[in-house]
Design a binder for this molecule. Sequence first.
Ligand code: DX5
Ligand code: ZN
Length: 229
Amino acid sequence: MDTLDAGPVGAVRIAPSILAADFGALASAVRLVDPQTDWVHVDVMDGHFVPNISIGPPVVHSLRPYSQRFFDCHLMISDPARYLEAFKKAGADGCTVHVEVGNTASLIADARALGLRVGLAANPDTPFDDVTPFLGDIDLLLLMTVFPGFGGQSFMPEVMDKVGLARKEIDATGLALDLEVDGGIDRVTAPVATRAGANVLVAGSAIFAHASPLDAAEAIREAALAGRR
Ligand code: DX5
Ligand code: ZN
């Protein structure tokens, strides 16, 4: 399966996290928000790297026919090497692995060899220095604004210092790198994140727990654009 285009690097993009949607009606959830969103963010949890279990390749496969959006798969799992190929085959466009699981250079190479767009994620308390050696080899840096594992947590503003550092580094080096934030993003925190330098915004509960997910996505996009420097 061909990998879908992620769109222009650095553009503001809204990535709804289906973790917050009704798992019994995922196809209609992604279709509903499609006009106001850019990617589909798929949160994969293994009950080991994080204390929660969510979904895996079969769900990506089942959802694939219902969306032409870039599938941004966030692997919160201890052994991504074992599953990258299954995600690719299921229809993932990009896979993001956590730097905390280790083996990072090899995971990046594996994902690249499969034709995936490659992301690297860091938890809120992981220093920027831990990801800097890999910035030239990835397409997306995900700086978590909550500790991964659950939707509906509060945005951690203290991570914005790290987002600012990352933005400075990306701009100074001219790297073609998207800077994504994930956790507690809503219409209030979205402009805080874009002002600090993030350009891809994941939002779960602020979209899918809202009475009108489409309106919520539009409001987050407008707020994010307003925060852009
Ligand atoms: C957290 C996940 C997030 C989460 C975001 O472990 O990686 O993508 O679903 O959900 P909200 O937007 O509700 O914080
Ligand atoms: Zn996520």
